[in-house]
Design a protein around this ligand. Structure first.
Ligand code: LLP
Length: 430
């Protein structure tokens, strides 16, 4: 939001003041935007026909303040590691609403899930199925399971974030029905593990609602076969995430209401047509919930002109946002110290890391900048902080939630001492 004196505010808080108090790079989250998105999903992902649930994919961004917002709005949670599980367990989050994903969960992580009272494990392969059954029996802990099916859909997205082509490392190919039935038969014999249904996730940053309809059709077709040929009821579909967010003006994501309606309508129609026993439908948005609520504030340092480029250098880069380097992801930004000035210079925004690929934004029009100006990069809320590293021993930025003119720091800035705390010289007894 731009105010009269062109001071840029998020959630009623001046970014200038935040930079002064908290330093840069700074990850800023507009809490009200998060809350509204959560609310939207809860409002629109409803059906007269099914129980529905929205599962937040915590890999997009996770911290306890986020978990509190999710708990308040009755969200479920997708975790993929012991670390994410621990974060939920040490907050007030309801463990039975957790879905534990992952293609290589360790025995320790599965035990952790059983001990914490996780509601659902999403099984990825037969070996994991056997291990979970034996652990649940040993601990006498009940748990629901879904099986991750790979439906073989290629949603239009960057190849690194395409997870459902048939050679993907995730899930069991839909063509391996016998293997899937054998897994379910083992589960049926267990008094502690309960087969609930199937899960798929077809990719990320998907703009085409047709991809989700196709996913539903393929899962429904498969559920029909399981029910009619093998007598296995499939009560639950968990359709994964993948709904797109707006990074630049070129992106036009499916509006949430439309995406929710399309997915549920497809489920209703397929369930009717095939006479399925389907009772529950889940989706797992990550990016579309959190990306647009987040921005990163940097301070501009030196500048440089090459034969064909004008560079501005910022005090962060690929260590706090690897996405441009890894996926050629595009972002938009503003020099918020010069909001009223004309954008006349084609500028390339580069980070401070020792890697030539550390370019955050290539060729964007900005006003002429000065050392010390503040640069705000939009839509960094998803997979920015969560994929941050300490490359070049850069401490991870702080994260703040802002709302109604108030700011609270939810993740403090890492310090050199935090990094140093890992150092040791302990003999290892072999
Ligand atoms: N469910 C499952 C099983 C997933 O694997 C994912 C993402 C999601 C849900 C959430 O997807 P979303 O709604 O956020 O698209 N690091 C990449 C994205 C990797 C996504 C991996 N799985 C990026 O920065 O674009």
């Amino acid at each position: 939001m731009r105010t009269k004196n062109s001071e840029y505010r998020i959630g009623g808080v001046s970014c200038e003041a935040l930079a002064e108090k908290m330093g840069t790079p700074l990850q800023i989250f507009d809490q009200e935007k998060i809350e509204n998105r959560l609310q939207e999903y809860q409002t629109y992902f409803k059906s007269h026909r099914f129980e529905t649930g929205v599962i937040y994919a915590s890999k997009a961004f996770l911290c306890k303040a986020m978990l509190e917002l999710l708990e308040e709005q009755n969200f479920c949670l997708d975790v993929v590691s012991g670390g994410e599980l621990h974060c939920a367990k040490t907050s007030s989050f309801t463990m039975s609403r957790i879905f534990f994903h992952g293609n290589n969960k360790s025995q320790a992580e599965l035990e952790q899930a059983l001990e914490y009272g996780v509601g659902t494990v999403v099984l990825d392969n037969p070996e994991e199925t056997e291990l979970l059954i034996s652990l649940a029996e040993e601990k006498r802990k009940r748990i629901d399971v879904l099986i991750r099916i790979n439906p073989g859909i290629e949603a239009h997205t960057h190849k690194y974030i395409m997870t459902a082509h048939l050679d993907s490392k995730f899930g069991i190919s839909i063509r391996k029905k016998e293997e899937i039935v054998n897994m379910i038969r083992s589960i049926e014999k267990s008094a502690f593990v309960n087969f609930e249904g199937i899960h798929a996730h077809i990719g990320s940053q998907i703009f085409d609602v047709q991809a989700f309809r196709e996913e539903v059709r393929i899962l429904a077709e498969f559920a029909e076969v399981l029910e009619k040929e093998d007598g296995i009821p499939v009560h639950t579909f968990d359709l994964g995430g993948g709904f797109a967010a707006t990074y630049t003006a070129e992106d036009s994501p499916i509006p949430i209401q439309e995406a929710c309606r399309a997915v549920l309508k497809a489920c209703e129609e397929e369930a009717d047509k095939r006479d399925l026993t389907l009772r529950r439908v889940f989706i797992e948005p990550g990016r579309s919930l959190i990306a647009e609520a987040g921005s990163t504030l940097y301070r501009i340092g030196f500048q440089k002109d090459t034969e064909s480029k004008h560079y501005i250098f910022i005090d962060g880069g690929m260590a706090d946002n690897i996405r441009p380097t890894l996926y050629q992801a595009k972002y938009n930004c503003d020099n918020i110290s010069r909001l009223n000035e004309a954008k006349t210079v084609w500028t390339t925004v580069a980070g401070k890391c020792c890697e030539s690929g550390d370019i955050l934004i290539e060729d964007i029009l900005l006003p002429p900048c000065e050392n010390g100006d503040l640069l705000l990069v939009y839509t960094t809320g998803a997979y920015g902080y969560s994929m941050a590293s300490n490359y070049n021993r850069l401490p991870r930025p702080a994260a703040v939630f802002v709302k109604n003119g108030n700011a609270r720091c939810v993740l403090r800035r890492e310090t050199f001492q935090d990094l140093e705390a890992l150092e040791c010289s302990d003999p290892v007894e072999i």
